[in-house]
Ligand binder design. Structure first.
Ligand code: SAM
Length: 277
């Protein structure tokens, strides 16, 4: 075996994961850009594109770390609202079916309904960095930060329209438990969306990706964050996570419907989606 983490017993895993993210919190964003060559931004943009949230939506972003998904969510909704206002402004000129349909949804104030995003993470240090980022960007409306465990969420049943977990679920000790909790806190009709490293399908790309993961990532971890071990853990946890089809089955077993996935960058990352009915 390559790495010491592989033999970590289950009970130890949560503690190790906490230490890893406590260690990397301050450098987390820089490392993400460095290790993925900035591509993690495109994966996250893709998540929002597929989600296509509407004004008024309530998001819970679990393992939300430094807030990347929540920021994109609020930003996406804001641009949706601006687009809607422009349509309204134009509707006095040439009415079309689009203007008529948008006026239905704005007459009762729906266009400006409050959307909200809750970032939930087990790690205080990660949330602290996220909050700081939000302060710097001047974002506060509709955004909250909550310390909590994906396996035991501190929220009531049927609260959220969308549950996201981006590059977080592989860190959770009992994935089935986290899926149960996701199902519990979603409203009926709500959507579960997960971004996670997955199995590269193209054999040539798979070999390149292997070389990159095992030889480049820990070195970058050492050089940029002074932390080889945390980045060894990262590579190893990616290898151990179930592949696309396996995770799809786990979601179905948990009780999600219409489960589907999209491969991003040849399966380096998969985006899984499912609904609570
Ligand atoms: N979602 C963010 C992103 O995409 O940039 C952060 C992802 S980061 C790789 C993984 C996060 O999962 C860390 O912030 C870690 O603290 C969090 N985490 C690990 N185990 C968790 C658990 N059981 N419950 C909630 N969060 C957890």
């Amino acid at each position: 075996t390559h790495f010491g983490f592989e033999t970590v017993p289950e009970a130890e895993k949560a503690k190790r994961v906490y230490q890893v993210f406590e260690n990397v919190a301050q450098k987390y964003d820089i490392m993400n850009d460095a290790m993925s060559l900035g591509i993690h931004r495109l994966w996250k943009d893709m998540l929002l594109h597929v989600m296509h949230p509407q004004p008024g939506a309530r998001l819970l972003d679990v393992a939300g770390g430094t807030g990347d998904i929540a920021f994109r969510f609020l930003d996406y909704i804001q641009s949706q609202q601006e687009r809607q206002r422009r349509r309204e402004a134009m509707s006095s000129q040439t009415p079309s079916w689009q203007d008529i349909s948008s006026s239905y949804s704005t007459e009762d104030g729906e266009g400006d309904r409050e959307s909200s995003a809750v970032v939930c993470d087990i790690n205080k240090e990660m949330l602290k960095v996220g909050k700081q980022k939000a302060d710097n960007m001047g974002i506060s409306a509709g955004l909250s930060w909550v310390v909590g465990d994906a396996e035991e969420l501190p929220f009531d049943d049927d609260q959220f329209d969308i549950y996201t977990i981006a590059f977080g679920i592989r860190n959770v000790t009992h994935i089935d438990q986290a899926l149960q909790e996701a199902l519990r806190v979603l409203k009926p009709g709500g959507r579960f969306m997960c971004l996670e490293f997955s199995k590269v399908t193209n054999p040539v790309l798979a070999r390149l990706y292997d070389a990159y993961s095992f030889q480049v990532i820990p070195v970058l971890g050492e050089v940029i964050a002074g932390d080889w071990k945390s980045y060894q853990y990262l590579v190893e946890s990616i290898r151990k996570f179930p592949d696309q089809e396996e995770f799809k089955l786990m979601m179905e077993d948990a009780g999600f419907y219409c489960v589907q996935y999209y491969n991003l960058t040849g399966g380096v990352v998969a985006l899984h989606s499912g609904f609570k009915l």
